[in-house]
Design a protein around this ligand. Sequence first.
Ligand SMILES: [Zn+2]
Length: 405
Amino acid sequence: MHDHRKLGRELDLFDTDPLMGAGLPYWLPDGAVVRHTLEEYVREAERRAGYRHVYSPVLGKRELYEISGHWSHYSEDMFPPMRLGGEQVVLRPSLCPHHALIYRSRAHSYRELPLRMAELGGMYRAELSGVLGGLTRVRAIQLNDAHIFCTPDQAVDEARAALELIRQAYRALGIEDARYRLSLPGAGGKYVADPALWQRATALLAEVLDGSGVPYEAVEGEAAFYGPKIDVQVADSAGRESTLSTVQIDFHQPARFDLHYIGPDGAKHRPVMVHRSVIGSVERAVAHLIERHGGALPAWLAPTQIAVLPVSEAELPQAADLVRRCVERGLRAELAGPEQGSLGARIRSARLVPYQVVIGAKEAAADLLAPRLRSGQRLDALPANRFLTRVEALVGAHSTDLWDA
Ligand SMILES: [Zn+2]
């Protein structure tokens, strides 16, 4: 069983400091590589799926969250407002209100829809200090979020496409969905009161799930305050479930923000907002990846992809040259020379690195490599350039395979 907090510290990925505060982890260089690579993967997948990215500030005026409904339904999870002059500003509890305002800032025709707006942005949650730990319960969250503004007729197809994007990302990340959950409201005043809204959105989400053929379970009490959602659940090594990805169909916020588009009839119509997150928060996704893979991340995501291990001082120049060639190809390689200990010890400490390349006198003389894979498999000696080209292709394809024979 793997604990991402322990592995994260051992692998120098992230840490915390009491002076920064509980629930506010920082990312060390190797962790920052993982995070950056993951974020770029998501952005690229979104670009290919027709999303456009925006940036919006992590603060907003209190009135913004009064309009969105967060203030009345979600304030116990929000940081207290800061007074600034005569105003109150709040660390945002979600990105939706900002995106609604960005949509509203320009006139839209039905021809522009669906308009897919994405952002990897910061948000904040006032978690109690007792539940904080590692990357799973944090107060500062980097959310992979997007809002699709579309006509009611387009909502099901957009939600379905979002589910497909989630599945595609899970394949690249080597993670499995444990369960699909249709999250419905429960008892209590946590939810906006509008029965027609809930029925309509629930029917559309059920249509998405039924059409995609995945088994799912409806669970009461897990909805967002403004609407039902599809939660893609993952399980940790102890079998504990948590939500990584979500898809929601929302009629509430478009009405609250009075959003509209001009239809073919020349009149104003109300768009629907499909909220979706492919990998959820970056923090939770990385925590899950570390635990799921025991730190042995897919090669494209690994902080170091190739460990270069010269047998002795004599092969240092060739080893340094190989590292340079890796870097030129955009691969992440580290040189572990004899000053770091015996060859056996260096191989052991590189055990989570996807590719370990030992360079002895024979390899150095012929520019050949006899790589060993993290799985323990040894490859036959091959020319260095051929090896690097194969690795580059696997990494570029976001493959979870280390080698294709
Ligand atoms: Zn949203």
